[in-house]
Design a protein around this ligand. Structure first.
Ligand code: FMN
Length: 204
């Protein structure tokens, strides 16, 4: 019996080795990680104009699941997401922000008192936690082939007014999601402008 079990465990090791070697083959351009992930980062851009083509329920589900998987300080998970997609809710949101005509807008907020507060200086992690969730949503939308736009230039008080479901929360970002309009849904010139690594990294 012992012999059979030890043989089985050998087989498991071989299977593991096989799957690791499969993974190695997928690493092509970059020495570590996968090209797929770098491609998502490189293809994402801020879309300033959407057409009316809807976002499928399965893509939206995948995007929201990515938000759920985001890490948070002390794992308190204080972030909430409101999915604005009905005609009626979009019309209310449009009273305060047009969101570039996107058929779906995710409002990302936190109940600040549910977030972790750092003891040494009293800084609340709510905004950081919300930004991580938004980043997961944004990159997953890109991976799903959807254009998107992180919007921060809005008045949170006005959003809470037109969408009272969000009251009692800090609102830290909107993510407009959809399909780019053929005329103006292209990357702006800012998209190509990134500082060189030497300007943003200091080796100590
Ligand atoms: C936190 C954050 C807030 C932003 N808010 C706005 C906004 O309110 N309006 C806007 O036109 N663009 C907004 N953007 C988009 C940025 O202007 C854009 O990311 C930047 O110009 C680089 O372009 P790219 O996203 O196409 O690479 C925001 C981006 C981030 C990350």
């Amino acid at each position: 019996m012992k012999k059979i079990l030890s043989r089985l465990s050998d087989v498991t090791k071989i299977t593991h080795r096989a799957s690791f070697s499969d993974m190695d083959q997928k690493i092509m351009k970059h020495q570590y990680g996968s090209d797929a992930f770098m491609n998502i980062l490189q293809s994402r851009y801020s879309c300033h104009s959407f057409n009316h083509y809807p976002v499928s329920a399965s893509k939206l589900e995948m995007i929201l699941e990515a938000g759920r998987l985001a890490p948070s300080a002390k794992n308190l998970q204080p972030t909430r997401i409101w999915v604005v997609k009905s005609e009626e809710a979009l019309a209310r949101l449009h009273q305060v922000h047009d969101c570039y005509g996107a058929p779906v807008v995710l409002i990302v907020g936190c109940r600040n008192e549910e977030a972790w507060v750092r003891e040494c200086d009293g800084v609340n992690a709510a905004k950081t936690d919300a930004a991580i969730v938004l980043t997961h949503l944004m990159l997953t939308a890109t991976d799903a082939g959807l254009a998107n736009m992180w919007i921060w230039d809005f008045d949170p008080g006005k959003i809470r007014e037109v969408l009272p479901e969000t009251r009692n929360h800090g609102i830290y970002g909107l993510l407009a999601i959809g399909h780019p309009s053929s005329s103006e849904g292209k990357p702006t010139e800012l998209h190509a402008q990134r500082k060189p690594l030497k300007d943003i990294v200091t080796e100590l």
